[in-house]
Design a protein around this ligand. Structure first.
Ligand SMILES: [Zn+2]
Length: 256
């Protein structure tokens, strides 16, 4: 059965410390940092949860420890969770499903918007090729990109929406501009600059890679990756496995 539980940071730490000798099966806790020579600097963001119905569960987000498995507990939402038709397949809303570097930029965006009094909910993070294909069949209003052609398929894009009084606000242009500007300041590309389709909830970052590069299996080169993300190669390998696992699970969920 698919798990939809909420994983707190303390829960994850406990899990890691008590089962660190477990075998490295796909879904068991694994931290390559046990074998790393130096521990990364710990930088902590505090992100308070938005209302439960938006399924944003990260009360605290610890950059140094969050890449240790737990993939099977990814949060997801069903269609219409944010008041719009997004197709039959569920949407992953979990930040852990993103490329670690992009994920950290999004945490910074959430934090930066919060300081401006803007609360953001996560609509979709990683998106499987199957889900992308579903959007494609739903029409140009949704996407112009087919399966494998969106940055969402590489954990390098996210869709968010501002929340006011527990409701998703899709049509406030001035509010979108504030959020978009904040994201651009963090070096991300903002879909609010696009016309086909205008996509103000969308942010992406590729470190200069094209979709074709990503499609060939490349990931962005990260300066100082050894210091900042000592387990990046391992993490990305595990992440890819989990993306595939999720796609299988997703089709069984949408058949229900
Ligand atoms: Zn998007």
């Amino acid at each position: 059965m698919w798990l939809k539980s909420i994983v707190s940071l303390s829960g994850m730490l406990l899990l890691v410390s008590t089962v660190s000798v477990a075998q490295h099966s796909l879904f068991s806790p694994y931290d390559c940092r046990e074998h790393a020579e130096t521990a990364p600097a710990i930088e902590q963001f505090t992100v308070e949860a938005v209302p439960d119905e938006f399924n944003f569960s990260l009360e605290e987000f610890d950059i140094a420890t969050d890449t240790v498995s737990g993939w099977k507990t990814w949060n997801y939402v069903e269609n219409y969770a944010f008041g719009k038709d997004r197709g039959a397949m569920p949407m992953i809303t979990d930040l852990h499903a993103l490329h670690p570097i992009f994920r950290d930029r999004i945490v910074a965006l959430i934090e930066s918007c919060r300081l401006k009094g803007i609360e953001l909910a996560i609509v979709e993070t990683y998106r499987t090729p199957a889900k992308q294909h579903e959007y494609k069949t739903m029409g140009k209003h949704y996407t112009s990109s087919g399966a494998g052609k969106s940055k969402h398929q590489y954990g390098l894009a996210i869709d968010i929406v501002p929340i006011i009084k527990n409701a998703a606000v899709w049509d406030n242009t001035a509010l979108w501009r504030k959020i978009g500007t904040a994201g651009e300041k963090l070096g991300m590309r903002w879909g609010g600059r696009w016309k086909k389709p205008y996509d103000p909830g969308h942010f992406e970052w590729t470190g200069g890679l094209t979709t074709a590069n990503l499609y060939q299996g490349m990931f962005p080169a990260i300066p100082n990756a050894d210091d900042l993300y000592p387990c990046l190669t391992e993490d990305l390998k595990i992440l890819r496995k989990y993306w595939n696992e999720w796609e299988v699970e997703q089709s069984s969920i949408s058949r229900k």
